[in-house]
Design a protein around this ligand. Structure first.
Ligand SMILES: CC(C)(COP(=O)(O)OP(=O)(O)OC[C@H]1O[C@@H](n2cnc3c(N)ncnc32)[C@H](O)[C@@H]1OP(=O)(O)O)[C@@H](O)C(=O)NCCC(=O)NCCS
Length: 181
């Protein structure tokens, strides 16, 4: 499990933050790529899942090797999600990047399902989604932000401010015991 480090390597804001309580909360100031620049390239940000086509989202999950999920269950999970960020490609009207966070809405959040369509990887969309999601959580005052990372993507999360095993803390996952036959 990776934990968000409050002394992130995200560049500091170029302008004074507008939010009085937190120095790292301005979405545009902490994002390497601005919303305008992404919009001009045909990418549209969405901060709710209301218009998200779940079959199209499933297609992205499958394309990156995640299992296809029951759309009804995805919708239910999204209803219980605190923050969602996804990017639509204007030309195809399909989602090309997605991430979401669940939590208690006050202290803790866990980020899940960070995916970018393989045809759109490597052009900054994953970073754009993650930066905005983290900023949104920080704006809500949520500072304990964690995620599970596959080993091959640790290098993606680290520059975004996430550290592994902070202070020796290890994530543990419940693993159901196999019944003896
Ligand atoms: C991991 C993933 C979300 C990254 O999205 P992306 O849009 O391709 O990444 P970006 O283009 O925004 O890259 C941002 C930075 O991270 C780096 N980066 C991207 N993937 C990386 C990886 N696997 N390891 C190390 N660095 C990585 C990029 O080089 C870039 O560096 P820069 O800012 O110095 O130029 C995407 O590759 C993906 O969907 N992978 C499959 C699903 C997956 O593994 N999700 C994570 C589950 S834990």
């Amino acid at each position: 499990m990776l934990l968000y480090n409050r002394i992130p390597s995200i560049p500091p804001p170029l302008q004074k933050p507008t939010h009085p309580r937190n120095a790292a909360v301005s979405a545009t100031a902490t994002s390497a790529v601005s919303d305008d620049s992404l919009t001009s390239r045909g990418f549209i940000f969405h901060r709710t899942a209301a218009t998200l086509n779940l079959d199209h989202l499933n297609a992205v999950f499958v394309a990156v090797g995640f299992p296809r999920r029951d759309p009804d269950k995805i919708r239910l999970a999204l209803d219980h999600t605190d923050a969602v960020l996804w990017i639509e490609y204007e030309k195809t009207k399909r989602p090309v990047a997605f991430a979401r966070a669940t939590g208690d809405g006050v202290f803790n959040a866990i980020i899940w399902d960070v995916v970018v369509d393989p045809s759109f990887q490597g052009i900054g969309l994953g970073k754009a989604v993650m930066e905005r999601l983290v900023t949104e959580l920080l704006e809500k005052g949520i500072s304990n932000i964690a995620l599970y990372s596959e080993p091959r993507v640790l290098g993606f999360y680290r520059p975004l401010g996430f550290v592994a095993d902070p202070g020796g803390i290890r994530g543990m996952v419940y693993k159901r015991k196999q019944k003896k036959k």
